[in-house]
Structure formats: C-alpha cells, structure tokens
Design a protein around this ligand. Structure first.
Ligand code: FEO
Length: 392
C-alpha cells in the first residue's frame, strides 16, 4: 500500500520502523478492540541492524520507514526474535532487498521455524549468552522459550541499556504515540494485562525464568514487539509481570453465563449480588454481550469463578462450551469455581460445566446449582445463603 511513513528516532541513531494496525480486531481468537502495532527497530552503527520485521500486510509500511533512514540494501544484520508471522512475516522481502544481511535466530527452534516458513536464507543461529558487535554497540541474545513460542528470544544492547523484548511486556494497542509516558498509563496496563492473560497465561513458569534471566540487566528502555516502548514505567510493568507470572489472584469473583429465557440470568444476578454482599467484588458477564478476551482478563486475577448455562439438547450452550475450551487452554492457576444453571427437563449442562471446570484445574467450592425452570424467591435466597456460608 502506498504510503509516506517515516522512521521515528527513539535513541541516538536507533529508530522505530514498525507498523500500526489500527483495524485489527481479532488476533487468532483474541478480540483486540484497540488494534495493535508490529514493532521493528533499526540501529545505525558500523553495521546496520534491524530487529524484527512486521506482518506481511504491513511490509510496505515497514520498508517505507526503513527507507526514510537508510537504503534497505545496506542492512547487515536482521534479528528475528520470534518466528510468529506478526514479527517475521516480511523477513523474506527484507532479506531479498538486503542480500548480505545475516539473519540471527535461535538454535534450534528459530532456525527450524524460519527455514520451514521462508526456506533457505542466510541464517545464523545463536544460543543463550551469544553476542555480536555491530560497532560501538553489542547485541546480546537471551532465549525466552514460550514467550511466546519455543523459538522466542529477546535482545539486550548493554551500551544503550535497551531490551528489545518482542512479545514480552507488550500489548495489543494501536497508537500514534510510541512511548509509555505519552499514552494513558491505565489503558496501557489494562491492555498489557489482557495481552498477558490471553497469550502468556499458560507460560507463567517460563515467564518467571525469563524474568530471572533479565533481572540483573540495567534497563532504561524496553522496546517491545507490540504497543508502547517502556521508558518511564519499567518498574511497573516488571512488577506486573512478577505478579502475573506467579499466578497471584485477588479476592474478586467473575460470573459468566448464557441464558435462553432469563432463568440462568436471574441466577447469575443473584450469585453476583451474593458475592458482593459478603464483601467480594463480582464482575457479571453475559457471554453474548462480552468478548472472551475481556472476560478471561478478569478471571486471570480473580480468585472465584461461577459459570452458568441452561441445557440445550442435553448439552451446555455452545457459547459456554467455546468459552470453557478457550479458558482450559490458558491453564489458569489458583482459582476456585462452581457451576450453575436452570433447565427444562434433563439439566445435563450444569454437570458438564462442572466437569470442564475441574478439567481446567479449578477447585470446585460449591455443589452445582441446578434450578428447574424459573427460580423461586426462596431458591434465590437459598443460593445467597450458600454463598454467604462458603468457607473461603
Ligand atoms: Fe507477537 Fe507471538 O507474536
């Protein structure tokens, strides 16, 4: 696509040359209500280094930004931090314009993944602790497997104290302002939490290993692969990652349900109010009206979860089945849950929901709540009482 995009200097002779995806609303199932960016960085030294590329749809934007500073043919080194095509998608195109460039990737997973996707290119595989000099500056490579694929790595430049962190510490947020302190902090942290919950939640242990490996580095800037560059609130995002990777949860509840004729909805409202009555703030999500990614973000740090579904054709509602499938894949830890729902005759859905919660690793803290047809006031009072009496 024709454009006149320019590079943005973020340090002396260090440029952001990425792309802004204002319109992206779904990242393989994760609803990205604020779009995203695919961040790439160009370092001009005795050698010219490019850290990452961009999704193929944005190759023209990437190349325009690079070309505003330097002829792409002069690039000597391309660091491919991660094989996923939101970062490596334009690698072959950039490599074709920079035939002498060496492509740095991890050994063996980056090498295998890039070769599989892009064929034989001028790869140079690195391992933990390897580094290269590009002149006045050094690039040190730190593998961060499973943040977010087995091949992932970050790059540290000690002379600049910049960590090029790829997926880690990022967020799906399209913005025209490159730095954390130029954007609304609450929004960035919310999006960073959403990103962690929906992409990195299964990899808490690996995140802790990575944090340990990065812990001794002096960092004045985290140049992420998505969203803003951290320079002012580095401690805040590090603290968040420490808490998130440790699976810390708060005394909060999330109630998620679908309903056909309002009966399960009435139960959901009662359960929400019952939690609040005993001093536990509760979020209420009608699954038809909320994005899975937002629901999961709340569940991630809330200790309690109640999931409700009426019964349809002896099954739970497909919306709830999809939600539980998504949740199970994210392998949440340290959560307690129970199932509820109304039914007309069979009522199998509630047991099926409970089974899925158990399979997802939730501790069941309350006998499943089953109500035939419309709940009575007495039944609602009983539910309130049971939640009040829970030994949490
Ligand atoms: Fe942003 Fe795992 O790619």
């Amino acid at each position: 696509m024709m454009n006149n995009c320019k590079a943005i200097e973020i340090g002396e002779k260090i440029f952001w040359t990425g792309a802004v995806d204002w319109s992206m609303r779904n990242f393989h199932g994760y609803e990205t209500s604020r779009g995203s960016t695919y961040n790439a960085y160009l370092i001009l030294d005795e050698k010219i280094a490019l850290i990452d590329t961009a999704k193929i749809d944005f190759k023209d934007e990437l190349l325009a930004r690079i070309s505003s500073v330097v002829d792409p043919a002069q690039i000597d080194v391309i660091v491919s931090s991660h094989v996923e095509p939101d970062h490596s998608g334009s690698l072959k195109e950039v490599a074709a314009l920079a035939p002498n460039a060496e492509i740095i990737t991890t050994n063996p997973n980056g090498l295998k993944g890039l070769t599989n996707r892009y064929g034989k290119l001028n790869y140079h595989a690195v391992k933990a602790g390897d580094e290269i000099s590009i002149g006045k500056r050094t690039l040190k490579f730190v593998p961060t497997p499973m943040l977010h694929w087995p091949d992932s790595m970050v790059t540290y430049c000690p002379e600049e104290k910049i960590l090029f962190s790829n997926d880690a510490f990022g967020e799906h947020l399209a913005t025209s302002l490159r730095f954390d302190d130029e954007n609304d902090l609450e929004t960035i942290l919310r999006e960073a939490k959403k990103y962690y919950a929906n992409i990195l939640m299964p990899f808490g242990k690996q995140a802790q290993i990575a944090l340990k490996a990065l812990g001794d580095l002096e960092i004045k800037m985290i140049a992420t692969g998505h969203g803003v560059i951290w320079r002012t609130h580095i401690d805040k995002i590090f603290d968040c990652y420490k808490k998130w990777s440790a699976g810390e949860v708060e005394e909060r509840a999330v109630v998620v349900f679908d309903s056909m004729w309002h009966s399960t909805e009435i139960l959901a409202r009662t359960i929400t109010e019952a939690f609040a009555k005993r001093g536990i703030p509760a979020a209420y999500y009608d699954i038809k009206k909320n994005a899975l990614a937002d629901i999961v973000t709340d569940i991630f740090t809330s200790k309690y979860l109640a999931v409700g579904s009426p019964t349809i054709n002896n099954q739970m509602m497909p919306t709830i089945a999809a939600f539980l499938c998504y949740l199970k894949g994210l392998r949440p830890v340290n959560h307690k849950a129970f199932a509820f729902g109304s039914y007309g005759w069979g009522g199998q859905s509630i047991g099926l929901v409970e089974d899925e919660l158990k399979a997802a690793g939730f501790e069941i803290i309350l006998e499943k709540i089953r109500v035939q047809n419309l709940p009575t006031v007495q039944q609602l009072d009983d539910i309130t009482e049971k939640i009040s009496a829970l030994d949490l």
